[in-house]
Design a protein around this ligand. Structure first.
Ligand code: G1P
Length: 279
């Protein structure tokens, strides 16, 4: 299974922390976000992962490199196992021109087979890895339509996400009829927001190439999906699990607190800390 991880965004919502370091390297508890994303891909069955990077993103590549100075360090064992389970490839996006443009950087590598996309700044915590859930839906739906993950978002969040609408053909499966990138509340055709996990047919590459620059002059993957759904079915599916979009400091803090509370060794101490702060 091939999975593409775009990690080329500038991280403007997280300045100054992201001025010289990639936002994907911000830690959640004990490891950088990008490591969770690679773990998620491998858990779903990915054996070929291409990370799309850019300027100032070299630390991402180093994270998955060997580390003679630390020897056999227990905290690095899981990382060693991880890098043996999948081949990692890196390609640079020449300029930050949007998510669609980043994804198309993987076109030659992916070739003519369906592939996954997981955003490098979003963790999906699911009992069954989300990419596996998407792939299973893809097979159930006939193995020729793209499947993207969505979740209901509140009115105040609609303009932060790609929003899709369509006909619910079975519980939790929407046959997508329209997709719009970061609409205003008035423009939004539904409250189903794209969470950042996609299982796509390779037709999407031609659609991206035909996509004109949209909001902020960027080539949006959501706009390419609008072209794709004129040629093929695109399904949006809801899923069981929690999505952590780690795009700004508050969301990052929430992810850290929740991950710490899930950790049996830390839970009581973190609760005590929060309670004493609240008091
Ligand atoms: C991107 C996509 C958007 C999607 C979002 C999920 O936006 O363009 O459609 O809903 O990721 O996090 P970004 O967060 O990169 O601005």
């Amino acid at each position: 299974m091939k999975v593409v991880i775009p990690a080329a965004g500038l991280g403007a919502r997280f300045l100054p922390a992201t001025k010289s370091m990639p936002k994907e390297m911000l830690p959640v508890l004990d490891r950088p976000i990008i490591q969770y994303v690679v773990e998620e891909a491998v858990a779903a069955g990915a054996d070929d992962i291409m990370i799309i990077t850019g300027r100032n993103k070299r630390a991402i590549e180093d994270q998955f490199d060997y580390h003679p100075e630390f020897g056999d360090h227990p905290a690095l064992r899981a990382l060693d196992v991880l890098t043996q389970q999948a081949d990692l490839f890196f390609v640079r996006q020449r300029r930050p021109r949007g998510l669609g443009d980043a994804v198309v950087c993987a076109a030659r590598h992916v070739g003519r087979e369906p592939f996954g996309v997981l955003l490098g700044d979003t963790i999906h915590l699911c009992r069954v890895p989300l990419m596996r859930q998407l792939h299973d839906r893809f097979v159930e739906l006939g193995s020729h339509s793209s499947v993207i993950a969505v979740e209901r978002v509140s009115d105040s969040k609609v303009s932060d996400y790609g929003i899709v609408a369509g006909e619910e053909v079975r519980p939790g499966v929407i046959d997508v009829r329209s997709a719009i990138e970061k609409p205003t509340l008035a423009e939004a055709p539904s409250r189903f927001g794209i969470t950042g996990a996609y299982w796509l047919t390779p037709t999407v590459f031609d659609c991206i190439r035909r996509t004109a620059p949209g909001r902020n002059g960027e080539i949006h993957l959501t706009d390419a999906l609008t072209l794709l759904l004129q040629q093929e079915h695109v399904y949006a599916v809801t899923f069981e699990g929690t999505r952590y979009d780690i795009g700004d400091p508050l969301l990052w803090l929430r992810a850290n607190i929740e991950f710490a509370l899930r950790n049996p060794q830390l839970r009581d101490q973190v609760l005590a800390l929060l309670r004493s702060e609240a008091a």
